[in-house]
Structures are given as structure tokens and as C-alpha cells.
Design a protein. Structure first.
Length: 416
């Protein structure tokens, strides 16, 4: 079993970064809070005598490996675990952080079991960069760049709420060069398996009565930026029949997304709405919104977006409002490695740990890498079922059970 006191101390240290009291956590990537979290990662890795490196896409790696390096002929491939350090705005303490802390706790426990000599297979704890995409709306930034699913030229000129470009933000990071971002096939070729531990972002385990689960599939999902352009005018003197009000069309967008998602057996959310001008006594001239949609299949997701856009354009034409819809992020669905899933389930059940199997509609770096390397996920029960909110939680006992199960899995893979 991992050391409870050490696990708690590391978790509390990370949770202290970006905490906003009752308003949750805010650790956007490429900010002062992110720098503190990345320094925390390096400090914990140093305490375990792990070698830390930052790859070309800003992902942090803490290596426990044999002398002589990796990727050479005859050298074994690596076993990787970890998650991410960033949060959404007002998010919870466990999303991402639990997986990184558990990875370090597992390494600590394995060092106590086997000594400081490196395992037969190199072992790494990774913190993927900007998984949430909270600042620039580019989710799974580090893992998608690494696998080639994201082109740097498509995102470097995106701006945050203050007008700062992603390129400019990266130029302030000492170990990331915005001119060197991109696919990293050599690194992918050194990975034998990736196992990401994560707090469950739903009530699946609560309903099943299990503390732990192994993921089966990740739903495809994406984000679309909707810009509705009408005409700004006075809220008191402009007759209703003369208005070109994008907010009216946006109301159709919200309700139609909900209704169509329900018919398709999927989920869709418009979680960000901004009007220009932002004035209580003005008809807005422009409204920007972001649609987040997730479905159990790529075809279902495509059909949903196409139908929703067609309906929206019809309503917009009725109100003389212009519609622009751009896909800003799209992640294909992923099936986690069947062989790896089955091996993990057998190993855990063989050691007396009860685990369930669950699909996930949340996006994860492991799902991105699953198209390139054997990947798996462990979920830890969340009694509230809530995530991306301060009420996200997991009991201490379940966290320790999850980290201990991760230790068992990593031992089985790295010492095989």
C-alpha cells in the first residue's frame, strides 16, 4: 500500500496552488499558477531521484530508467503513468492532480519494494501540458501535438480572454519553444504502455458500488465556436420587429443542442456565452458561444453538429443574423487496449481488488495516445459524481486504494 501520509502531503501541496477558496481551483496552463505546479512536479521528482525533462510540446516527464538512455536497439520500451496539472476555471482538486500524485506515490512504493535500482522497463510519471484547454480553448494540447493530432499553426495565434496569443504565452515559458512544437514519433516509439489514473467524472462507480474501475472506451468529442452577428442598438428605443438580435438566435442554439442531444443519446453543452457590447441596456451586436458535444460514436457526433447547424441557420435567417461556426477542437473516440484492459483487470482481481469496467464521455490524454500506443485508464470513485466544480471529490481511502492499485499495475508491467 502506498504511504498515506506522503500521498496526502503531496496532494495538499498541489491543491494549494491556484486555490480560490469556495470558488474552486484555477490553474490555467502557461500562467504563474502553472509555473508553480510545474516546479512542484520537479521538486517531487527530485525527491524520488527521478530524471525530469520537458519535451518539445511542454509535457513534463519524470524518469526512473536504466543508465544508457532509451530508444537504442535492444533497450526495452517504457511504462508511463500520470495525468495533468491544469484545471478548468473554478474546477475541482482531483481532476488531473490525482493521477500525477498517484503516479509519484506508486514510484515511491515501488522503490521501497525493489530498492533504488531501475526496473527492467523504464518507468515514467508524466504531466501532460494543458489538458483542459481552459485558457486558449485547445484541450489535450500536449498529447495532441505529440501524436500529430494537432497542428501548431492551427492554434498558435489563438487568443485568451485578455487578447494574449498562445504563441506569446509560450514565449514566456523557459522550457517550451513555440517554434519547435509538433509531432514526436521518437518519443511515442519508446512507450510500451500508458496507464492514466483519474477521478471518475460521473456517478458510474457510485451506482455500481465499486471504488475502482478500468476504462473501456472514450467517446468522441469536440468544441465548436459559434459567432452570431447582428446589429447593436438601444434596448429601449429599438422596435422588436426592427432588431437583429443574436441573443435570440443563441437561445435557439442552447435549446436545440439540448433537445437534439437527448434524441441522439449523447450530451451537448453551451458553457460560454459572451455578448458585445456587454451592456444591460443594449441589443447586442455580436454574440460568441462555444458548443461542447460528445457522443458514443463519431457518426452520431457528426450528424448532431450538421443538424444543429442547419437548424440554427434557419432561425438566424428569420432574424437577419449572420452565423459563423468553426470547429476548434475535435478528438476521435478511442477504444482502450483490450489486451491491456484485460491484463489489468486480471491482475487486480487476482490481488483481491474489485474493479468494474466503465466507458467515459470525458476527454483524457490517455484517449489521445490510445490511437498510437497501448493505453488504459483507472477511475477512482467520486461520491458526488460532480466534476469541473469545487464539489468534485474522492475519499482518502478510495484515493489510497486507487494509488495502490496503480502500483500493482505498474509493477506487473515494468517488472514483467
Amino acid at each position: 500500500m502506498v504511504q498515506r501520509e506522503l500521498f496526502g502531503r503531496w496532494f495538499d501541496e498541489l491543491a494549494a496552488i491556484g486555490a480560490m477558496a469556495e470558488r474552486g481551483w484555477r490553474r490555467f496552463a502557461w500562467t504563474a499558477e502553472d509555473r508553480k505546479a510545474r516546479l512542484w512536479f520537479r521538486r517531487v521528482a527530485d525527491s524520488l531521484d527521478l530524471d525530469v525533462e520537458c519535451d518539445r510540446n511542454g509535457n513534463l516527464w519524470a524518469w526512473w530508467r536504466r543508465a544508457g538512455g532509451m530508444g537504442r536497439p535492444g533497450e526495452p520500451k517504457a511504462i508511463v503513468t500520470g495525468s495533468h496539472l491544469d484545471t478548468v476555471d473554478g474546477g475541482g482538486a482531483y481532476d488531473g492532480a490525482l493521477g500525477v500524485v498517484s503516479g509519484f506515490a506508486a514510484v515511491d512504493e515501488l522503490r521501497r519494494r525493489h530498492g533504488t535500482a531501475a526496473p527492467p522497463r523504464p518507468l515514467a510519471v508524466v504531466a501532460f501540458a494543458d489538458e483542459e484547454g481552459g485558457r486558449f480553448n485547445v484541450p489535450c494540447f500536449g498529447s495532441r501535438l505529440m501524436t500529430g493530432a494537432l497542428a501548431p499553426s492551427d492554434v498558435l495565434d489563438r487568443t485568451d480572454a485578455d487578447g494574449v496569443t498562445l504563441r506569446a504565452a509560450l514565449e514566456q515559458v523557459n522550457d517550451v519553444d513555440p517554434h519547435d512544437l509538433g509531432r514526436d514519433p521518437r518519443r511515442l516509439a519508446t512507450i510500451d504502455a500508458l496507464v492514466e489514473l483519474h477521478v471518475e467524472q460521473g456517478r458510474g462507480l457510485v451506482d455500481l458500488g465499486h471504488p475502482l474501475a478500468v476504462a473501456t472506451v472514450m467517446w468522441p468529442h469536440g468544441r465548436w465556436r459559434l459567432v452570431l452577428t447582428g446589429e447593436a442598438n438601444h434596448a429601449g428605443t429599438t422596435r422588436l420587429r426592427d432588431r437583429r438580435d443574436p441573443a435570440v438566435v443563441a437561445s435557439y442554439a442552447v435549446l436545440a443542442a439540448r433537445a437534439r442531444a437527448e434524441r441522439e443519446g449523447m450530451v451537448a453543452t453551451i458553457g460560454r456565452l459572451r455578448t458585445e457590447p456587454d451592456s444591460a441596456n443594449s441589443v447586442p451586436g455580436r454574440l460568441t458561444a462555444v458548443l461542447d458535444a460528445r457522443a458514443p460514436g463519431d457518426g452520431i457526433l457528426d450528424r448532431f453538429v450538421e443538424g444543429w447547424e442547419a437548424f440554427l441557420r434557419e432561425r438566424a435567417a428569420e432574424h437577419d443574423v449572420q452565423v459563423d461556426l468553426v470547429c476548434e477542437a475535435r478528438t476521435a473516440g478511442a477504444e482502450f487496449s483490450g489486451n491491456l484492459h484485460d491484463r489489468i483487470v486480471r491482475r487486480l482481481r487476482g490481488s483481491g481488488v474489485g474493479v468494474a469496467s466503465l466507458a467515459t464521455a470525458a476527454g483524457h490524454d490517455a484517449g489521445v495516445l490510445a490511437h498510437h500506443v497501448p493505453a488504459a485508464m483507472l477511475f477512482v470513485r467520486n461520491p458526488t459524481g460532480a466534476s469541473h466544480t469545487p464539489s468534485e471529490s474522492a475519499s482518502d481511502d478510495d484515493c489510497i486504494a486507487g494509488a495502490t492499485a496503480l502500483t500493482t499495475v505498474l509493477e506487473d508491467l515494468a517488472w514483467a
